[in-house]
Design a protein around this ligand. Sequence first.
Ligand code: PXP
Length: 240
Amino acid sequence: MRLSVNVDHVATLRNARGGRFPCPVEAARCCIGAGADGITVHLREDRRHIRDEDVRRIRAEPGLRLNFEMAATPEMVGIALELRPAACCIVPEKRAELTTEGGLDLRAAGAPLAEAIGRLAGAGIEVAVFVEPDPEQIALAAALGAQAVELHTGTYADAPEAARGPHLARLRAGAEAASAQGLLCHAGHGLDECSVGGIAALPQISEVSIGHFLIGSAVFHGLPGAIARMRAAMQAARAA
Ligand code: PXP
């Protein structure tokens, strides 16, 4: 199972002082050096953290698997087609939100989303859509031509540990539904060293995307330490 590290919050810290430090590109290199399998960045319409230049520089890093998180807007599709990252994850985006608040509602998405997915996939990019672990949404993802779903783990991860069971059961059913539809299955949002275990134990999940917790944990353990701890938690759960 791959660990893709989201470095958006390194950019948030940099932008707080308007300078160049800490640099998300340097952070991306450090993560890969510490054993991360890829880097995720979310270029938002308002450029509140990651900026265009960061994405370009991270994309230029040799051998780095870049997962470009994006809204399906003409601007972002254009950037993705120019940069050709290994993967794109299409997410809903609202200006006022602190972070992505949930999965896409694919019942409301029609031809424009299918066209965006088709253009990205036609350029050789692996396209995922970020959805709730709902079999209807997962079936729609396949019908729209996505190769992968990223299941929203935020509700599960934010629940008190003792109340996570039903949320994990939904994620398990979602992972099975994705696999039955022939889709790759990723997961992410809100995961930490404790909550990642339930997700890592699901055999269909081939990638987790984790940002906020890892960048926060790096304050105490350094980025390599934070990644090593997360990997250990993932491996322990999968082995069990
Ligand atoms: N996956 C998606 C689709 C996201 O929008 C985010 C947040 O940018 C993440 C994963 C990572 O979430 P977190 O920062 O809570 O680990």
